[in-house]
Every structure is written in structure tokens, then in C-alpha cells.
Ligand binder design. Structure first.
Ligand code: MAN
Length: 353
């Protein structure tokens, strides 16, 4: 597989983004959804900010309060045996349940614009900022599907009651209508197909079952993009392969003659994130036709291997022009990059089932 990484990579880094909050620093500008709007390429950047801490033993967790519309800061000491600080992204606890309790940063979505797809200018203000209790810990990893002149943007809504997926719709990337949470916790990596198939909208989603089952990809259908049902399990983890830890959809499915091509991420159990592809039947996307046995892309460039959370390539959007797939992707939970691949080469690289 030939992968051409842009020479300008990383295209956007945290230092290109001015903090929105006083006393905060930007630690991530990554995992952006992409869209073409008028004559611009729009990146919906996930910007992660955290309160500056002068003392390395003090960790400050930012939380949005929808009543006051202000951020509140929970201050914790790394000496406190009650908490677990081993993952830089989260703060764990020994309390009831097993998950984490706080995030170490708050994410929101900011637009970056470009004419050529290489050089981007970041808007000065957030575009989608937390707006309700279910988004109190932030909004993350947006994807965008264009349907007619409407752009549906969906993202992880994170709060103390779990991580679900919320939907908004815009026509101008200035204002939007919030349509609420479409997939309840725990669910991430929702990917809405760009057109109806046999009269139904389809979406990939990635629940995290608890008593049994694994974080794997499911598919659901809808008449109106708001209410989703007829859920089916679609594809799963593969022991001993690059995607044996967790998987989730990445870019909006690409319509090809051979089927719907989905670029998805797969991680090993030790959190190394690669990108691969799966091909779904054109007429019935609940059927898997082919899949990558080995990754299309691995985190090998220095900016992919090292960063806030190294060893991660994570795409939330790609643009296709002719045979060229321009895959935008977050690197190391820190910055944004782009690479080009041939559509035909991707299709030929898959193992047909
Ligand atoms: C994981 C990572 C983080 C993210 C949280 C909550 O820990 O993907 O980047 O903030 O989940 O979604």
C-alpha cells in the first residue's frame, strides 16, 4: 500500500490554536471531521484545553456547568491514593464502578478552513461548544455527513453519566440546530452514510457492551436521521491482528462500484491505533464483503508515534477526488495530518470474504 504523507505534516498543531479559556493551554488539535463547503475545505477540529498547572503534582479537571455557562475546575493531588493518574487522558477512581471519573482536558469543536487542503487557518472562536449536562466533560471526535445542502455533524458527548453520540445540523457552518443524543452511552464512532439505501438511512456505531461482548461495529437504520433502530452487529475484533483491542468507524463511507468503503480504526489491546478498511454491500450495507488483514496505515512517522498519547492514527474524515483518497487524521491525540492513497489500491488490498 503506497501512502503519501503530506510534507507539511502535521498540518495543525496545538501551538496553532489560541486557547479560548483564560489560564488554559491547548494540548490537542486533532481527530477532525472534514467537509467541502463553498470553495473551502472545512476541518471540524477537536480542540482539547486544560487549566495550566504550575505544580506537576496538581491535576485540574475542567467541567462545564450548563446552568452558569461557566467552567468549574476540580483540583486533585497526584498523591491522593484514591485516584489513578496513569492514563494522561483520564483520572480514574476506586469508587463504585470501574471507569474513569474525570477527563484531564475539555474538548470542543473549532473550525479550520483551507483553500488547498494543506494550509489551514483556525477560527478564533469555538463552533460547537458543550451546551447541556450530557456534554459537561466535552464534545469530541466529530464526523460530518453532507446530505443535500445540510451538513449533519455528530460527535461524542462526554459527561459523568457516560459517553454517547449527539447530532447537530448546519447549512452554513455558522449556526446549527442541536438534535439531541442519538446513541446512548456507551457509544462512539457513529458514521452516517451520505445517502438513503433502499429507502433507509444507515449509520455505523460502536457500543461498548459490559457484561459480555466487545467494543465492535454495529449498523442501524433510520427514516429521519434522528431515531435509529433495527440494530445489527456488523464486524468484530480479530484475535492476534492489528484490530484485536477495539475498533470503530472513521470516515464517512465512500461509494465505489465494488461497495461502500469504510476507513475504520483498529487498536491493539495496548492502544496502538492503525487505520484499515472494510467493504460493505452497496445495496445492503449490513453485509461485509471484504476487510483489511493488515493496516492501510500505521503510526510510524515521528509525529504519529510520539505526542500526548503516542502511537495513534485516527481518521474522522476523508475527501475523495477521482482515484485519490485524502485521508485527514489525528496523530498521537495531539495534531492533525493528511495522507493520500489510491482508491483502487485500497480496494485491491482487501481480503474478500
Ligand atoms: C478515551 C479517549 C479520550 C477521551 C475519552 C472520553 O479515554 O478517547 O481522548 O477523552 O475516552 O471520550
Amino acid at each position: 500500500m503506497r501512502v503519501y504523507r503530506y510534507e507539511e505534516n502535521p498540518l495543525i498543531t496545538p501551538s496553532d490554536v489560541k486557547p479560548y479559556h483564560d489560564g488554559f493551554e491547548v494540548i490537542g488539535a486533532f481527530n477532525a471531521g472534514v467537509a467541502e463547503y463553498n470553495d473551502e475545505i472545512i476541518m471540524l477540529l477537536r480542540v482539547a484545553e486544560r487549566p495550566i498547572s504550575e505544580n506537576p503534582k496538581i491535576v485540574k479537571a475542567p467541567i462545564y456547568n450548563p446552568k452558569s455557562k461557566e467552567l468549574e475546575i476540580v483540583t486533585l493531588s497526584t498523591d491522593d491514593p484514591h485516584y489513578d493518574f496513569s492514563d494522561p487522558r483520564t483520572i480514574g477512581t476506586n469508587e463504585l464502578g470501574e471507569g474513569w471519573k474525570y477527563l484531564t482536558s475539555l474538548s470542543y469543536i473549532r473550525i479550520a478552513r483551507s483553500k488547498d487542503g494543506h494550509n489551514f487557518t483556525v477560527d478564533p472562536e469555538p463552533f460547537i461548544y458543550p451546551s447541556n449536562d450530557l456534554e459537561a466533560f466535552g464534545v469530541e471526535d466529530p464526523r460530518v455527513t453532507q446530505i443535500g445542502d445540510e451538513y449533519y455533524i455528530y460527535y461524542s458527548a462526554v459527561s459523568s453519566v457516560g459517553v454517547g453520540e449527539a447530532l447537530v445540523v448546519t447549512k452554513d457552518f455558522k449556526t446549527y440546530e442541536h438534535l439531541g443524543m442519538i446513541f446512548a452511552p456507551e457509544n462512539k464512532d457513529v458514521i452516517i452514510f451520505p445517502e438513503k439505501i433502499n429507502g433507509k438511512y444507515y449509520a455505523l456505531h460502536r457500543p461498548v457492551p459490559k457484561s459480555n461482548g466487545n467494543p465492535e461495529v454495529w449498523i442501524a437504520e433510520s427514516d429521519n436521521l434522528r431515531y435509529w433502530g433495527n440494530h445489527k452487529w456488523l464486524f468484530g475484533l480479530r484475535a492476534g491482528k492489528w484490530d484485536d483491542g477495539r475498533i470503530g468507524g472513521g470516515a464517512v463511507p465512500i461509494k465505489t462500484e465494488k461497495g461502500w468503503l469504510e476507513l475504520y480504526h483498529g487498536a491493539t489491546t495496548d492502544h496502538r491505533y492503525c487505520m484499515g478498511a472494510v467493504l460493505l454491500d452497496l445495496e445492503d450495507p449490513t453485509k461485509v464483503i471484504a476487510r483489511s488483514d493488515t493496516p492501510l496505515m500505521e503510526p510510524t512517522a515521528p509525529y504519529e508515534a510520539n505526542g500526548f498519547f503516542g502511537g495513534v492514527v485516527f481518521s474522522c474524515g476523508a475527501l475523495v477526488h477521482g482515484d485519490t483518497v485524502k485521508m485527514y487524521y489525528g496523530v498521537a491525540d495531539t495534531s492533525m495530518a493528511c495522507c493520500e492513497m489510491s482508491l483502487e489500491e485500497i480496494l485491491n488490498s482487501l481480503t474478500y470474504i
